[in-house]
Design a protein around this ligand. Sequence first.
Ligand code: CO8
Length: 308
Amino acid sequence: MAALIARSSTLNGVLRGSRHSVLLQNQPQFSQLHRAPAFRLMSSETQQPKYEYIVVSRPEPSVVLVTLNRPKALNALSSPLFEELNEALEQADRDDSVGAMVLTGSEKAFAAGADIKEMKDKQFADAYKNKFLEDWGNLSRLRKPLIAAVSGFALGGGCELALMCDIILASPTAKFGQPEINLAVTPGGGGSQRLVHAIGKSRTMEMVLTGRMVSAQEASDWGMVSRVVGEGEAEVVKEAVKMAKGISEKSQIAVQACKEVVNAAHELNLAEGLRFERRIFHGLFATNDQKEGMAAFAEKRKPNFTHS
Ligand code: CO8
């Protein structure tokens, strides 16, 4: 039976086994983790963390960090892993104390794709009837920003998972690819569509038709990732958490509105998009945060947003 227990009593256990424990303890706000008003679901009988394939932590009171945790399979994305991922991120999205989320993997692999061993015997009827992969796109519907911190392989579904995030930061070791062609299938998690928006048709065709892996630098030059940071996974996660913390200090209403208008550019033509952006802009004049933000600028002080 699952029971809610205070996260202060569980967090140490969760973090102790995590590769981020050093990073987390080095954060000045580490002690505040114990005061964060969040809870984790735990099994009361076993006292084990609820999740088997991910680790959820709070490197900052306002930032949730989700680490994919199937190291032996290079974080291959199985259905149970995705169920956990969706649940953890949706929970963070609903939590008023969370301003932004970070998703990462390991030094060797962000994720090496959908779990090929799980898929290999799948039949069309089962995939179609049971809407295989349909829930995997849930995280592209989160309202709060999600930042991918990518080291190592981000292949197939792993590359698509990164592309579902709002911002991608890459360590120099990151390698992006859509190698599904080698398995005689197409990308299935949005790669063929999102890549065209991000890097254009010719480069997408090259990635999808040849399966070639693209280096972090090349992905950055192509505009697929925001930038390449630091050396190794710890650095890229640290940078992503810093960015997430900075975003969580803004007005959360404005952050969600910005995310909504940028995402609309994928779906609307220019005239509709400009109209949509203007309407959202007009709407923000009804918020306390807009009044506070502009008053603070005029009075030369820091704004105190109430997210209202
Ligand atoms: N699925 C299942 N197991 C995997 C996967 C995978 N995608 N990738 C790696 N593994 C396993 C290996 O089988 C191996 O397990 P074991 O030790 O039991 O044999 C273990 O991880 C380590 O892998 P390797 O020994 O192969 O490690 P290498 O360092 O030699 O090679 C590579 C690393 C190059 C990443 C290699 O493992 C590889 O090519 N992996 C497959 C990459 C791939 O083809 N990905 C695409 C999969 S299809 C897909 O993603 C469809 C997307 C569907 C939509 C998803 C929506 C989000």
